[in-house]
Design a protein around this ligand. Sequence first.
Ligand SMILES: *[C@@H]1O[C@H](CO)[C@@H](O)[C@H](O)[C@H]1NC(C)=O
Ligand SMILES: *[C@@H]1O[C@H](CO)[C@@H](O)[C@H](O)[C@H]1NC(C)=O
Ligand SMILES: *[C@@H]1O[C@H](CO)[C@@H](O)[C@H](O)[C@H]1NC(C)=O
Ligand SMILES: *[C@@H]1O[C@H](CO)[C@@H](O)[C@H](O)[C@H]1NC(C)=O
Ligand SMILES: CC(=O)N[C@H]1CO[C@H](CO)[C@@H](O)[C@@H]1O
Ligand SMILES: [Cu+2]
Length: 579
Amino acid sequence: MVVIRSLLFLLLSLLSFSSYARGANYQNGPLVSPAKLEMFVDELPRMPTVHGYGVGDGGPVTAHLTIGMYLKTWKFHRDLPPTPVYAFGTSKATATVPGPTIESIQGVATHITWENHLPSRHILPFDRTIPIANPEGGGIPTVVHLHGGVHPPASDGNSRAWFTSGFKSKGPTFVSPTSVYPNVQEPGNLWYHDHAMGLTRVNILAGLLGSYAIRNPSVESALGLPSGPDLDRTLIVFDRSFRTDGSLFLNATGNNPSIHPQWQPEYFGDAIIVNGKAWPYLKVARRRYRFRIINASNARFFRFFFDNGLQFVHIGSDSLYLHRTVTSTNFLLAPSEIADVIVDFSKSAKDTAILSNNAAYPYPSGDPTDEFNGKVMKFIIDKKKAKDDTRIPKRLLRYPPPAVHRAVETRYITMYEYTSKTDEPTHLLLNNKTYDDPITEKPKSGTSEIWHVINLTDDNHPLHVHLGLFTVLDQQEILDLDEFKDCMEKKNNANACRWKEHVKRKRVQVPKYERGWKNVFKMMPGYVTRILVRFSMFGSSDAEAGYPFNATGEPGYVYHCHILDHEDNVMMRPFMLVP
Ligand SMILES: *[C@@H]1O[C@H](CO)[C@@H](O)[C@H](O)[C@H]1NC(C)=O
Ligand SMILES: *[C@@H]1O[C@H](CO)[C@@H](O)[C@H](O)[C@H]1NC(C)=O
Ligand SMILES: *[C@@H]1O[C@H](CO)[C@@H](O)[C@H](O)[C@H]1NC(C)=O
Ligand SMILES: *[C@@H]1O[C@H](CO)[C@@H](O)[C@H](O)[C@H]1NC(C)=O
Ligand SMILES: CC(=O)N[C@H]1CO[C@H](CO)[C@@H](O)[C@@H]1O
Ligand SMILES: [Cu+2]
């Protein structure tokens, strides 16, 4: 039996690592121990800024940008050899990891032509047995999604709209290399990243991500917050492991190698990287700063806190401002969530502040953090107090509250994890459906819906809905979980399994800093989380307004778990808006 299994594994491995899948020499050399990388020796980089608008006579005008994806090397730490990465940039010479920060202006469209310049061998191992983009002509499929963006379906970076270098091969839903981002939505924080079918986790691990901000200069300057390139900083946080030759390490062996030769349910890296440097430092003045913190980890949650008790004043969550500021001493950020906070270093008794992390991994029931992944970066605070004429207003920007009575549809989204005989996860699905199963969610454009997200797994899954915005209404713990789970595994129907009789009356509220409109939320295991999703713009007063572009039609949008390893295999479903 063992022999047969080994033979089968060998055969599958050979099949799965066919010539183009097999990187030249990844996986060489032992892993770098995080203890070998001295912390706080590299300065926090500022990624290049690219303006998503041009200057016209009457003010900003639409810009047409070209951003490429390049194979190059990147220094993640003073003592690490250069690491082969995939980097976004306006040229190979200027490409960075993370990519350039794109700054757009509300109401002024940005057109971006995304170009793939990647040679055909991937720098990381990947799995060909999960649903995956499979180019006939070889090459590395990529497609860019602007996370948090409100844009037409053809510009959504649909997972099957991938393309390879020189557009030699294109996925079935590919329409155009140019995406149109109307920037009609509210000012706030977005990020762009690869979204190719079955390759998202490896392409992002390789470096294909960057931040994107939409600004409304007049509305935002009236708030009086810290602003300008020195005081308003974006921190893109992710975790990576390295080999001693500098290469990125991703385990080439799956947790169920006889089923999926390479896929593992969660990637965790040993080093915490901020703006492309492992545990960097930043010298700051003794005053207020604004930090837009993007969690771009594959699977690591972060619970951020300062070692010296400094507080965070939350002003935004995901892509929107909060209505009121919320102060916290620590907060939890799931993959792909964005926190927008003010930190006042004048309140620090010490001259240093270490941004730290204590989220178990996998969250919430995995290993505790250690001395390495428990630290993120260090702020070195100037001794003398700086002049500071910024302020933190109690009220920020107000958007309509969720109008539950206006919701036109109720849906149930159940999260299932499937395991092998040895109890190792093999794949995860939403509503027991694969990506290829026919579309079941067809919301009416310009309306709101109530979704009940039922998490029947042991993990916390950050659910992300493209295009829409949602507010978490409440979370109810499931009682008699085993009985309910049993029923769901037989019937896959929340009403038939009488879910209402299986939840605690007590409704658990979400933290105040997450009560605004969001595009990702952490779905607690063993809970039913109710969200109000709006597929509409904010109209005048509380009314819902339609999109100022055609949001219906092919290829539609998707909703998915933002743990990238889950999204790829295949916790992602399409949805289509209808008129
Ligand atoms: C890679 O994954 C396999 C299967 O889960 C495991 O046995 C092995 O220890 C992992 N290798 C490393 C270096 O983590
Ligand atoms: C980042 O997001 C991942 C995936 O959702 C999550 O596991 C991790 O805890 C988050 N990290 C931070 C720092 O928020
Ligand atoms: C889940 O999907 C599988 C594969 O399509 C099917 O065999 C099974 O009956 C489904 N389970 C439920 C409860 O619908
Ligand atoms: C929107 O696009 C779809 C698909 O391309 C098309 O069928 C439909 O007619 C369009 N609707 C409008 C109002 O243009
Ligand atoms: C059905 C199921 O797997 N439920 C899990 C939900 O989350 C709790 C807390 O993590 C677990 O204990 C349950 O097993
Ligand atoms: Cu997940």
